[in-house]
Design a protein around this ligand. Structure first.
Ligand code: ADP
Ligand code: LRH
Length: 477
């Protein structure tokens, strides 16, 4: 093989992994090195990520990766979006909050007291979501935390800082903060100032494919790494990396990046920021190579995983996901679906009760068993996908003839089939680890393991050859 190896760190809200990626002209191979759960922790001041535990697992995984493959040429890091640490000098100010923490509701009032949603959307082009970084930062203002900080580092940028000492804001993830101007791609420092967010805490932007820095001496010693090993900026927003690895072979596709959340949309060259896209609550996030991810965040398998978590806590049993999905496939199709994107389903809690209440409060029959509840979650997600794909095509004028599903949820055959049925379009499922694949590919291109001028289309063709997707056709009616 003429290729080389890179390491991808991919942290999802459900689990994290470190993978080795081997890439050459016609070669693409991923080897899992470490996988670890991501359990948030509630303390007296709210819900947090266990960031040190995650970092410990990342270091252990990278050490293992270097043991397995001493010729590693680069490291790339991605995670879920919007969350951050405040940093003063080398010190992290407190433990990062989880985007599902309740304090965001205070931030929404604080932001909208200064600027209306319409004006905000005109700048950042983002769907209204209570989790967006600017609402979180606005909630920190009262505590005086922002005055103490000299940097706000998004989660992948924080880990890159710990590994290299360099403070950057990778562009794709920065676009989820709400503080980036969607047209210029720069921080809107005037907006930040008006919201009481000191512009000095917004780090210089880094583009995917550029070098963030090389490992600090202490990290080199701990990992047994070569001293010049670089951290390369990739699409550090996990969804941006997942979209890079969609195995599309023709341009008229929609994608669903399916994990804890479902991100449903199309890829565009230019943002769509119109009254209609605002009314439809569509987001324009930055993609790799200057592309726009025009999508809607319609909640996701969180609805199911949080239900399972509740049932397991209540009963003390361990629930098998494959068995539950098999039972859901046998359950009758529900007469009605619920709005999977309703913000009332964002906070953690008794999800089965919340979903049942959605039906009973409208005079509808609630699901009567775990299988029925699972079925109605999947039907509701599929309906939301279908709606979002139709809107994405209408609002952007981008035709859609096939739907690609990538991520952990692409293994859910029932959900893929329901998506094909409700959209009336063929669904192509996989790869499961699309995010890590996209992470690996952008590092590989930066390192010259594939030609430096490889387009996303040629990278996607390689993914399609190596990870042929599973096809689901709409059931004829
Ligand atoms: P994240 O990146 O948000 O952590 P993933 O892409 O890892 O999420 O996807 C996690 C989801 O994948 C789980 O919530 C689960 O619903 C789904 N999943 C994982 N394994 C399977 C499986 N064997 N069959 C069906 N679905 C699965
Ligand atoms: C998916 C994801 C999504 C965001 C959410 C916070 O993991 O990054 O794109 O909306 O997490």
């Amino acid at each position: 093989s003429t290729g080389g190896a890179v390491a991808a760190v991919d942290l999802g809200a459900t689990s994290g992994r470190v993978m080795l990626g081997y890439v050459g002209r016609d070669e693409l191979r991923l080897e899992p090195v470490a996988r670890f759960p991501n359990h948030p922790v509630r303390t007296i001041d709210g819900l947090h990520w266990n960031i040190l535990e995650l970092y410990r697992n990342v270091l252990a995984g990278l050490g293992q990766a270097l043991h397995d493959e001493p010729d590693l040429s680069s490291i790339g890091i991605d995670s879920w979006a919007v969350d951050y640490a405040l940093v003063a000098g080398d010190r992290m100010l407190g433990t990062p909050f989880h985007y599902r923490d309740e304090r965001t509701s205070r931030g929404i009032d604080a932001v909208h007291a200064v600027t209306g949603f319409e004006e905000l959307y005109g700048v950042n082009g983002l769907q209204f979501l209570p989790i967006n970084t600017l609402y979180q930062l606005a909630a920190e203002r009262e505590g005086g935390w922002l005055d103490r900080a000299d940097s706000m580092l998004l989660i992948p940028d924080l880990l890159a800082f710990w590994l290299t000492g360099a403070r950057r804001a990778e562009h794709t993830n920065a676009s989820t903060t709400g503080l980036l101007d969607a047209r210029t791609g720069r921080w809107d420092t005037a907006l930040a100032e008006r919201l009481g967010i000191p512009p000095r805490i917004l780090p210089p932007l880094a583009e995917p494919g550029t070098i963030v820095g090389t490992l600090l001496p202490a990290v080199v010693a701990e990992l047994g790494a070569p001293s010049a090993l670089p951290v390369t900026a990739i699409g550090s927003h996990d969804t941006a990396s997942a979209v890079v690895a969609v195995p599309a072979t023709e341009p008229e596709f929609a994608y669903i990046s399916s994990g804890t959340w479902s991100l449903v949309g199309v890829e565009l060259e230019q943002p769509v920021i119109t009254d209609a896209s605002r009314a439809a609550n569509f987001t324009n996030e930055s993609g790799v190579d200057g592309r726009i991810r025009f999508l809607q965040n319609v909640s996701g398998l969180w609805l199911l995983s949080e239900s399972v978590r509740h049932w397991e806590k209540e009963s003390g049993e361990t629930i098998s996901l494959p068995a539950l999905l098999a039972a859901a496939a046998e359950a009758p199709a529900p007469a009605a679906v619920f709005d999977a994107g309703d913000p009332e389903f964002i906070p953690p809690g008794d999800m089965p009760a919340r979903i049942s209440a959605w039906f009973t409060s409208r005079g509808l029959d609630a699901p009567r068993s775990r299988a029925e509840l699972t079925r109605v979650i999947l039907e509701s997600l599929a309906e939301a996908y279908s709606h979002a794909i139709r809107l994405a095509a209408e609002l952007s004028g981008h035709p859609v003839r096939v739907v690609h599903v990538v991520g952990g949820g692409s293994q859910n055959a029932l959900l893929c089939q329901l998506t094909a049925d409700r959209t009336g379009l063929p669904v192509l499922a996989g790869p499961v680890e699309a995010t890590a694949v996209g992470n690996v590919l952008i590092q590989a291109r930066a390192q010259g393991l594939v030609p430096a001028d490889s387009s996303l289309e040629s990278l996607r063709a390689l993914v399609a050859r190596v990870f042929p997707p599973t096809r689901y056709s709409p059931t004829p009616r």
